[in-house]
Every structure is written in structure tokens, then in C-alpha cells.
Design a protein around this ligand. Structure first.
Ligand code: PMP
Length: 307
């Protein structure tokens, strides 16, 4: 197994990894008809907790709604299954991947209106997406030649499997050019997001991030950072960002569940600010990781115990 998840929750039951399989004629495999989430469970000062579980499950069901998928479970059942997947695998911290998909419902682009989605949840260990050292050292990124999805093509508010073909083009192109990650512009050539991360700039003490109209997935980590930043007294603006603003930013960082908060060291070969992690990025990282060790008070009820 390339992914080490011993017990996988599949259509209502936890089963051994090798039993959680699908048929080659699954609709999702042919046409991309799946929606999913990426969630983290942390070992915290009050035991193992899933971070913002309720909001992730809400986004999952909203993604399914956009694609008119029938889900035979309630959000509460899926939330409980997420907790079970962590506990029954004996994990203290984990990455969680719930996925709804159309299985063996027949071929053709118009799923029967009564077709019911399959559902799975895997919980497994997944270290920092861009590498453990990236949290402090930062990464080198480049602007991609691939634009993000246009709003009238595929909705970026849905975290749908098919959207990640765009992310794969962006990320693999970046790797070919020697970058750790790629940054995409939207169809208006304004800054959108990374292959799997939202973006933030800091200039003269003010924090900027592209608005939801810039073809982004409105990330939960993005929301966490905006909330923590406001709490720390920073001004945060959701504002359209032009490519050149990346080059003259004092700080630039990326956020995501898998990525957490990672500073950008260079963009298109130009150093960001001093070329090392800036003070605002550092303060936000400390506030973020502080939620898990208790040095940041969880005023928002973001930690949900798996017990
Ligand atoms: N944009 C894209 C395209 C993503 O895949 C992700 C990761 N889910 C994000 C942004 C960040 O979202 P979140 O903070 O909710 O993980």
C-alpha cells in the first residue's frame, strides 16, 4: 500500500485496507464525479482533536450539493465516522480523507437522479505537505502557465476530484521548473491560489488575500489565518492581487490543511522581502500551532475531541 491506512471506513463500516476497493467501471474513475475533504487531527493539550471538523463536513456536503449527489448519510454520521477512523486506527494525529463518489451507477454523463453516492474515509499519518523544514525555511514557488478554472466552467467552491486535474498541471509544471509549488492566476490573470493552498501577502503591515471571486477554494486554514490575524490586531484585506504584487511583497505565505502555514522564500526566482520567514508569518504560525499545544486559546471551538 502506498498509503498506510489499516482500517478504512467504506459505505458504513470500517474494513481492512485491502477490502476497500471499487470497480473499474466506477463513474468517478471515468468522469471525475467525486467530492472530498482534507482534514487534520492533532495531538493537542486536550487529547486527539479534529480541527474544524464540522466546517469541513459542511463543505463536503456543500460540494456534494453543487453536483447534486445523493449522500445516504447525515453530516453527523460522517463526522462520527471520521472520529472512529482516527480512534480505531490508533492514531494520535492524522490526515483524514473523506470522499463521496459515484460508483457503479452506469456510464453516461447524466447520472440517474436516484443514483446514490458511495462514501469512504481514510485516516493516516501525513507529515507537512511541503516538508517539515518548509514551515521555517520556506519554499520556492513559480507562477504557472496554467490558469485556474474560470468561474463559469467548474465551481472552485466545490472541492471536487475533477478540479485537481488543474492542480496536477500546476504542481507538476512547477516541479519541472525546480519549484516546490506552483501559483496559479485566474482567467483574468489575477493571483488565485496554489495547487492546493490559499495565498497571503503582507505589505507594510497589512495582510492581503485574494477574494473568493478569484477562483479559489475558500480554505478553512485561510479562514483560520484571517481570524487569528484579526485577533492579533492585523488589518486583513480580501482584495484582488496582481502578479507584480507578489514580487514586491514584504512577506508571502501559503495556507492549507495539508500544508498548514508555509512561507514563500522566492517567487519566480525573486526573493520575497528579506528572503527568509517574515515576522507576520512567524506570528501567525505561532498562533496557529498554539491552538494545538494550548498556548493560543481556542476561543472559536475549533478543536473537536475524537472521544
Ligand atoms: N485551495 C486548494 C485548491 C486546495 O486543494 C486546498 C486544500 N484543501 C486549499 C486551497 C486550502 O484549503 P483548506 O485550508 O481548507 O485545506
Amino acid at each position: 500500500a502506498k498509503v498506510n491506512a489499516e482500517l478504512i471506513w467504506f459505505n458504513g463500516e470500517l474494513m481492512p485496507w485491502q477490502n476497500a476497493t471499487v470497480h473499474v467501471m466506477s463513474h468517478a474513475l471515468h468522469y471525475g464525479s467525486s467530492v472530498f475533504e482534507g482534514i487534520r487531527a492533532y495531538e493537542t493539550h486536550k487529547g486527539t482533536c479534529i480541527f474544524r471538523l464540522e466546517e469541513h463536513i459542511e463543505r463536503l456536503f456543500n460540494s456534494a450539493k453543487i453536483y447534486r449527489m445523493n449522500i445516504p448519510y447525515t453530516p453527523e454520521e460522517i463526522s462520527q465516522a471520521c472520529k472512529d477512523a482516527v480512534v480505531k486506527n490508533g492514531l494520535k494525529s492524522a490526515y483524514l480523507r473523506p470522499l463521496f463518489f459515484l460508483g457503479d451507477i452506469g456510464m453516461g454523463l447524466r447520472p440517474p437522479t436516484d443514483a446514490v453516492a458511495d462514501a469512504m474515509i481514510a485516516a493516516f499519518s501525513w507529515e507537512a505537505y511541503l516538508g517539515a523544514e518548509a514551515i521555517e525555511d520556506g519554499v520556492n514557488v513559480g507562477v504557472s502557465s496554467w490558469n485556474r478554472l474560470a468561474p463559469n466552467t467548474m465551481p472552485t467552491a466545490a472541492k471536487a476530484g475533477g478540479n485537481y486535474l488543474s492542480s496536477q498541471l500546476i504542481s507538476t509544471e512547477a516541479a519541472r521548473h525546480g519549484y516546490t509549488e506552483g501559483i496559479a492566476l485566474d482567467v483574468n490573470n489575477m493571483v488565485s491560489e496554489g495547487a492546493g493552498q490559499n495565498l497571503f501577502l503582507v505589505r507594510k503591515g497589512v495582510i492581503y488575500t485574494p477574494p473568493s471571486s478569484a477562483s479559489i477554494l475558500t480554505g478553512l486554514t485561510r479562514d483560520v489565518v484571517m481570524t487569528l490575524a484579526a485577533d492579533l490586531g492585523y488589518e486583513v484585506r480580501e482584495e484582488t492581487i496582481a502578479r507584480d504584487a507578489l514580487y514586491v511583497a514584504d512577506e508571502f505565505f501559503m495556507t492549507g490543511t495539508a500544508t498548514e502555514i508555509v512561507p514563500v522564500k522566492t517567487v519566480d526566482g525573486l526573493p520575497v522581502g528579506t528572503g527568509s520567514r517574515g515576522p507576520v508569518t512567524k506570528a501567525l504560525q505561532e498562533a496557529f500551532f498554539g491552538i494545538f499545544d494550548g498556548t493560543t486559546e481556542d476561543k472559536w471551538g475549533w478543536l473537536e475531541s475524537v472521544e
